[in-house]
Design a protein around this ligand. Sequence first.
Ligand code: ATP
Length: 235
Amino acid sequence: MSLLAARRVKVAYGGIHAVRGVDLEIAEGELVCLIGANGAGKSSFLKGVMGLVHAHGEIQLGAQRISGLPTHAIARLGIALVPEGRGVFGRLSVRENLEMGAFTRKDKTGIRDDLDKVFGLFPRLAERSRQAAGTLSGGEQQMLAIGRALMSRPRLLLLDEPSMGLAPLMVHKIYATIADIAAQGVTILLVEQNANLALKTSQKAYVMESGVIRLHGPSAELAQDPMVRAAYLGE
Ligand code: ATP
């Protein structure tokens, strides 16, 4: 069974139809990417899954229907979103930000173990655990946002353009860590404009254009597709 199944999902802002009937499935343990140009509707789809905007259609997490539930309930069921722009709490320390990520949990020892795991994934955060998050570099804030999401022990991690605004070396680091997180068994839906990198990192891909899924399939196959190469890989 799929971990996430979205059927005929639509998101509209007044008269603007950002998502126009999207079907998408993610199996447990998969790393799936959703690529597309600016304004294709990728972020709106993620926000719809997370309940941050109203989504029409059906969205299921495992056997549970989540469409229509409030965001906090969806978070408790095991979905964590790392939004575009990261959204770290600037005045709180790195450690406090990470602890906020565990707000749905009560298992103190588990939380401590996961904090160690996050510091293991991102040694840079361990070095800066007392520093105010607002003073971190963009790449460090991205690490913190991902770390904070992991602190909820999500069944499904939604990443919105983790490479945005970062220097190539930092993008490389973030992507290496995303691959590590996936290898540890976390299911991931990765939204990216950087199609090249997203297709290399994921197993399955969806291409979104003007609110609809234009193509989907194994990432290695899509990377060879002439339309994808022309439109998204700059060839
Ligand atoms: P980007 O990569 O630029 O973030 P995207 O594929 O994530 O693009 P969305 O951010 O989902 O695209 O935007 C899809 C469409 O919905 C765009 O036309 C955008 O202007 C519109 N839109 C997004 N958020 C809102 C909003 N809060 N109110 C009105 N229109 C919105």
